[in-house]
Design a protein around this ligand. Structure first.
Ligand SMILES: Cc1ncc(COP(=O)(O)O)c(C=O)c1O
Length: 389
């Protein structure tokens, strides 16, 4: 399959396409959905074949013996990320928002503070608040067009009521791939303030060019307070399978998490397991290499077109397909630049403030779509902001 193929997703219960008019007022007829983080590409053949095989069999009973599925996860982490995972450390949840909620519920108590490095993926804060915990926003510093950690400031913010830190690695939005030094800084910060560290690495396979993702689990001396989270769903565009992995090496933390899963009667969905096992394969790896090159191409087309509009700055992504565009230089109000994107350019995007502190001047654009659509979006943006040229 070519990533250039345009696939009609209307009327398929796609939240991204079928809800854009309801949520953003961007007309379904000629709007471009560049918001929620799924891709407009078919999953690789190996994944489609796994589902076809299930369909051919036609019996959809309970799943048993997940050893080949666990081995596939271990193989992937070793081969793609240089991380040795013990198959017994793996839990399967209904995705990573679910994984985050389970971690918050298991390892903190109502009223506790949970630290986020903002702006960051909006569902973290939603889940923390829905569990009656407090969001503690630690602002990333925004310098020379990229995000950096600011431990000195954050140290002063902590008052001892914080119990957990949720790290997004690579970071969404902005696409930073954190360096070893930065990750060691996070580990030291978590230790200094006695925080459980949850590392959401869902975007770890979508890394460009020179950058290299380092799993938090490979950082020395943190495993006794570390929860790792990963998934096949972003990488292979199978988010609808609602499946993810929480990987815990520490026996005490693992026992607590297992007890919570048991208390909630959780067991995985067989479709998600079949798809994940098929995806974590040499065929899946080859597909991802092609996908990364394609998305990197989209990123270059988008950045060139957007950065040519005076006042707009697209942050240079090291990972993810989620462009993070700063409109501060336009001098416009948030309502004005958002209106121009939604009403004039007819593009549905994620609004910056939903990502927390520091997001006000930004909009997030999903670039995982055929190149011709990215080009069309750039043309529309240039027309919508033509008066700035
Ligand atoms: C950092 C991060 N974590 C989790 C998710 C969603 O995970 P899931 O679909 O497994 O709940 C996303 C989706 O964009 C994300 O960006």
């Amino acid at each position: 399959m070519s990533f250039d193929t345009i696939i009609d997703r209307f009327g398929t219960h796609s939240v991204k396409w079928d809800m854009m008019e309801d949520i953003y007022g961007v007309p379904a007829k000629d709007g471009i959905p560049m918001w929620v983080a799924d891709m407009d590409f078919r999953a690789p053949d190996c994944v489609q074949n796994a589902i076809a095989k299930m369909h051919e069999h036609g019996v959809y009973g309970y799943y048993g013996d997940d050893s080949s599925y666990r081995n596939a996860i271990c193989w992937w982490m070793q081969n793609r990320h240089g991380w040795t995972v013990d198959p017994d450390d793996i839990f399967t949840t209904h995705g990573l928002v679910n994984g985050t909620a389970l971690c918050v519920d298991t390892f903190t108590a109502p009223g506790d503070g949970v630290v986020l490095m903002t702006p960051v993926y909006h569902a973290f804060a939603k889940v923390i608040r829905a569990n009656n915990r407090r969001v503690v926003e630690c602002d990333l510093s925004y310098e020379n067009g990229r995000y950096e950690m600011d431990f000195d400031t954050w140290d002063k913010q902590m008052d001892g009521s914080e119990k957990m830190l949720i790290l997004c690695s690579p970071h969404n939005p902005g696409g930073r791939v954190w360096t070893k030094d930065e990750l060691e800084g996070v580990a030291a910060f978590a230790k200094r303030h006695d925080l459980i560290l949850v590392s959401d690495e869902i975007h770890h396979d979508l890394v460009f060019g020179g950058a290299r993702h380092i799993p938090m689990a490979t950082i020395e001396g943190i495993s006794d307070r570390l929860i790792m989270m990963s998934a096949t769903t972003k990488t292979f565009n199978i988010a609808g399978s609602h499946s993810g992995n929480v990987i815990i090496h520490d026996p005490d933390l693992r026992a607590k998490f297992a007890a919570k899963m048991a208390a909630l009667g959780m067991s995985p969905n067989s479709f998600g397991l079949h798809m994940a096992e098929a995806a974590y394969s040499p065929e899946g790896a080859a597909w991802i290499d092609d996908l990364i090159a394609y998305i990197d191409g989209n990123r270059q087309v988008f950045d060139e077109g957007i950065n040519s509009i005076p006042g707009l700055a697209s942050m240079k992504l090291e990972a993810t397909y989620l462009a993070w565009v700063d409109f501060a230089g336009t001098g416009m109000t948030r309502d004005e630049f958002t209106k121009r994107v939604e009403r004039d350019a007819k593009i549905a995007i994620n609004h910056g403030p939903t990502f927390g502190s520091g997001g006000d001047d930004f909009l997030r654009f999903n670039l995982a779509t055929p190149r011709s659509i990215v080009e069309q979006a750039v043309d529309r943006m240039q027309a919508a902001f033509a008066d700035l040229q």
